[in-house]
Write a protein that binds this ligand. Structure first.
Ligand SMILES: Nc1ncnc2c1ncn2[C@@H]1O[C@H](COP(=O)(O)OP(=O)(O)O)[C@@H](O)[C@H]1O
Ligand SMILES: CCCC(=O)OP(=O)(O)O
Length: 361
């Protein structure tokens, strides 16, 4: 195709970059950052210069000339609620990410890296299916307490990618089928996709099942007691819920593979925790089945944990009465980014303008 795409996807401790030639991967590099270095930055957004330099160095080490890059695409962070799609990076987006209008997330920094390099090279830069994709029905926004709304935060990029993958395989379009997709990684998101639209979603950042590192929904009064116990600052509580919650809080590890091994070697606590996570994931899928009024074509299990056959079988046992379960292990976020750019370049998908409309707000 001769269209060189740089894809950028920052995580909490690493930044993944890929070069694609059209839809074909040329190489991928996972730049692992020094955790002590990252800890020096007060806010995620303060890491932009550090991560930018790391990206440039990685490209230089790979001997890939920066001048060869035609277009840059990045994982979108938590900006204002937006509909799914590909957005050109603009000043409004950067301002919102800088102010963390929707909260802090590693991916908030990616638009800055992409924008800076794109500006230097005079090439376009986009983000695709940001974490804050919000296509929820109004009824799904009500939390039960005035002043607190349910939010749509999810692994939208990979969730939409697996939906595309299945509909393409079947020779159909997303608007013909309904899905429940459970992204099972360090964080977990469970989404109901009705005819291509993500009408409801739960993520372990806010509610729903606990994950390897996040607490998910908690008993509310006990949480209030914890917050006012005087033992923790606000930042420490947030860290406890999002980075040091879930399996980690019980077992001191976020590695599900290790927890499985411990359980297989007779550790009862690990076995119980694993069962509890499976139980909560299945419950979340069941909830989403009610959102779709039982009209579910496929349940999809994806993300790193979906590599475990045992876990997927245990989830399936509880949910396969709803719909057939498909397993798509791992994530293909880099490919999803490159494919979105190719669709835009071929004129198959329109580029959306961030800030023009926030129709789901
Ligand atoms: N073969 C496997 N069996 C069970 N769990 C796995 C396996 N491979 C990866 N995992 C787990 O997947 C989780 C990470 O998922 P991943 O989607 O890669 O993470 P992230 O959310 O950081 O992108 C970790 O808890 C890891 O232990
Ligand atoms: C808030 C949902 C997206 C998310 O948690 O992404 P990571 O697991 O990559 O942090």
């Amino acid at each position: 195709m001769g269209l060189y795409i740089l894809a950028i996807n920052p995580g909490s401790t690493s930044t993944k970059i890929s070069i694609f030639d059209g839809e074909n991967e040329v190489f991928t590099e996972n730049i692992v950052h020094n955790y002590e270095e990252l800890k020096k930055f007060k806010k995620v957004i303060d890491q932009q210069d550090y991560r930018y330099k790391a990206v440039i160095n990685a490209l230089k080490e790979r001997r890939f000339p920066l001048d060869k890059i035609d277009v840059i695409v990045a994982r979108g962070g938590i900006m204002r609620p937006v509909r799914a799609g590909t957005y050109r990076i603009n000043e409004k987006m950067l301002e919102d990410l800088k102010n963390a209008v929707g909260g802090e997330h590693a991916s908030n920094v990616s638009a800055f890296i992409a924008h800076r390099l794109a500006k230097e090279k005079g090439i376009p830069a986009y983000v695709v299916d940001p974490v804050s994709v919000d296509e929820m029905e109004d009824v799904a926004r009500i939390s039960g307490l005035f002043g607190i709304d349910r939010k749509s935060l999810s692994h939208a990029l990979n969730i939409r990618r697996v939906v595309y993958k299945i509909v393409q395989e079947l020779g159909k379009t997303p608007t013909e089928l309904n899905f429940i997709v459970a992204h099972l990684g360090g964080g977990i998101s469970i989404a109901a996709i009705e005819k291509g639209r993500m009408v409801d979603v739960e993520s372990s950042n806010c509610q729903g099942p606990f994950s390897p590192e996040r607490s998910g929904g908690l008993p509310i009064l006990e949480l209030v007691e914890l917050c006012y116990s005087g033992k923790y600052t606000k930042e420490e509580i947030k860290r406890k819920l999002i980075q040091e919650g879930g399996l980690y809080s019980y077992l001191g590890t976020k590695d599900v593979k290790e927890v499985e091994e411990r359980a297989q070697n007779g550790d009862k606590k690990s076995a119980l925790l694993l069962d509890a996570m499976i139980y909560q994931i299945a419950k979340g899928i069941g909830e989403m089945a009610t959102v779709l009024k039982g009209e579910v074509d496929f349940i999809v299990l994806t993300g790193g944990i979906a590599r475990s056959e045992r876990i997927c079988d245990a989830i399936s046992e509880r949910v396969e009465f709803i719909a057939p379960v498909r397993r798509i292990p791992g994530e293909e976020e880099m490919k999803a980014l490159a494919e979105a750019v190719c669709r835009v370049m071929k004129g198959e998908e329109e580029v959306l303008c961030y800030g023009e409309e926030f129709q789901y707000v």
